[in-house]
Design a binder for this molecule. Structure first.
Ligand SMILES: Nc1ncnc2c1ncn2[C@@H]1O[C@H](COP(=O)(O)OP(=O)(O)OP(=O)(O)O)[C@@H](O)[C@H]1O
Ligand SMILES: [Mg+2]
Length: 497
């Protein structure tokens, strides 16, 4: 460079992966380059910096600049030939480089005009982004979008600091939850899945692969040996083991909250009295027994309470012997609680009782550290209103990490999940979301999300997720790996192909 600031760039022979040349006004955090070989938005590129060495960047936008004016486009529309000059330019934001101490740094002086831009090499990407292939502690979730670089999420970080999975309906939440659970099973992590639609039992079955899945290096397999399935309703969900609770553990208020009765006050005394009577006579009793006692009282006020209890007795969720939690949660195994066909109020009860019991037993070490997967979590820990399980989820979200009980919170309505729960999820998996309120809730809860990436959320194709946390040093776009097992949540067609 001479004193006037002129410099001479020459066309050198470019190495493999050369995609273009830096031009125009150049910053330290972003620059443009003229595109010589095709590049795509979100792709990683690398540039040599005179003092910093190899620096990694990401393509934020690719633009085709043309000299076709509105006037001449009109002429073209009239069928007359017009010469058009086109040039492609790309905008890059700088991610940085690793210094001698391995710290991520961003150059403090701009790149040189005329500098060559190349496709990001696997080794550079892995080093700068800090991606390691830690098969022992990591869950393999997919490949960095546009590159063949595997992405692993740290399993300890996920259990200790919780995970959220958000997407609009049909966005691929259950699919990627299945991917995560496969990885947990592979690493013998104890897991319980609250499954309102009965779609997770297919984790037992081997899946089959679409063409083009080879680059993910995933072999189909089933996990039948690692999975047990329970359900409160074994008539609908045949083949499941029955899930039962002992009535004797519930007090009058619990039972009334189950009936959904609006008249808790009026009935509380009567029910308490009935329970006292029964408890004096026997250790175990049934809803039928309670009804019998109430009917003996011959109090007309009891009639509606009896009706509510009749409903409960039909659900058949109570038994003399309840399912033991330490039978339900087995070290290194995955337990699915199939809630398909179970009325919402009963689902809330089941979820509340199970979750509370698991938390209590985990505190005293009677069950192993574990992951609790909560599908449709807006129903079990809603932002607005109270359901039976609201409280326990808040407690788990804030205290679960101390006891090794991690949550995977899945929802299609991020805005409708208790913020106290969602904000505690340190690993975030975001798929396509379009609802503006949900987008706001997500962007508010993700640290380090660039504006370009935030805008990308509503445009994500099926199968691509933005992931943050989980040991990742920055939010990344990831092509979700194919499932090893069959996905049980396939969309249903009204008209067959
Ligand atoms: N990574 C992926 N690769 C291939 N197919 C996928 C992927 N993710 C999702 N799909 C397909 O998209 C459809 C919807 O996925 P999924 O059932 O996971 O959606 P969802 O977000 O759980 O929806 P819902 O809110 O309705 O439960 C399924 O048919 C699934 O096979
Ligand atoms: Mg789903």
């Amino acid at each position: 460079m001479d004193s006037a600031g002129h410099s001479r760039a020459s066309s050198h022979h470019h190495g493999d992966g050369f995609v273009g040349v830096i031009y125009g006004d150049i910053g330290t955090t972003s620059f443009r380059f003229s595109v010589v070989e095709p590049v795509e938005r979100n792709e990683f590129v690398q540039v040599e910096h005179e003092t910093c060495g190899t620096v990694l960047g990401r393509v934020d936008e690719v633009e085709r600049k043309t000299d076709l004016s509105l006037d001449r486009a009109q002429v073209l529309g009239d069928g007359e030939p017009v010469d058009i000059e086109e040039r492609v330019s790309a905008q890059v934001s700088v991610i940085g480089y690793r210094d001698d101490r391995g710290l991520l740094q961003v150059p403090r002086t701009p790149f040189r005009a005329g500098g060559a831009v190349s496709k990001g090499e696997t080794a550079t990407i892995q080093e700068v982004i800090g991606l390691t292939e830690d098969k022992k502690h990591g869950a393999y979730v997919g490949l960095l979008a546009g590159h063949d670089v595997p992405v692993y999420l740290d399993i300890n970080a996920m259990v200790q600091k919780h995970v959220s999975i958000v997407a609009k309906t049909g966005g691929g939440k259950s699919y990627i939850a299945g991917v995560l659970i496969e990885e947990l099973m592979k690493h013998h992590v104890t897991c319980v899945i609250l499954d309102p639609h009965g779609e997770y039992a297919s984790l037992r079955e081997k899946g089959k692969h679409a063409e083009g899945a080879a680059r993910f290096h995933v072999d189909p397999r089933g996990y039948g040996d690692a999975i047990q399935v329970f359900s409160p309703d074994t008539k609908i969900n045949t083949g499941c083991r029955p899930l039962k609770f002992t009535l004797s553990n519930l007090d009058a208020r619990d039972i009334l909250s189950l009936t959904g009765s609006a008249r808790v006050r009026i009935h509380l005394t009567a029910l308490r009295k009935a329970l006292d009577l029964l408890r004096q006579a026997a250790k175990d009793y049934t809803i039928r027994d309670i009804i019998r006692v109430l009917e003996r009282e011959d109090d007309p006020q009891n009639a509606s309470l009896v009706d509510e209890l009749e409903y409960l007795s039909e659900v058949e969720i109570f038994a003399k012997e309840g399912t033991r939690i330490d039978e339900l949660v087995l070290k290194g195994k995955t337990t699915i609680i199939n809630l398909k066909g179970v009325p919402p109020d009963i689902q809330e009860l089941v979820v509340n009782r199970l979750t509370t019991a698991m938390f209590e037993l985990r505190k005293v070490g009677r069950i192993p550290p574990m992951m609790l997967v909560v599908e449709e979590s807006h129903n079990f820990c809603p932002q607005v209103g109270q359901v039976a399980s609201s409280k326990i989820f808040r407690t788990l979200a804030s205290e679960g990490r101390k006891f090794g009980l991690g949550l995977v919170v899945i929802t299609q309505r991020a805005a409708k999940v208790d913020k106290n729960v969602l904000s505690q999820c340190n690993t975030q998996i975001i798929l396509k979301v379009t609802n503006p309120n949900d987008l706001k809730a997500i962007i508010a809860s993700v640290e380090g999300l660039t504006t370009a990436m935030a805008e990308e959320i509503s445009r994500l194709p099926i199968g691509v997720a933005i992931m943050t946390g989980g040991g990742l040093q920055m939010p990344l776009m990831v092509e979700v790996r194919p499932r090893e097992t069959r996905h049980g949540g396939e969309s249903v067609k009204v008209i067959e192909d």
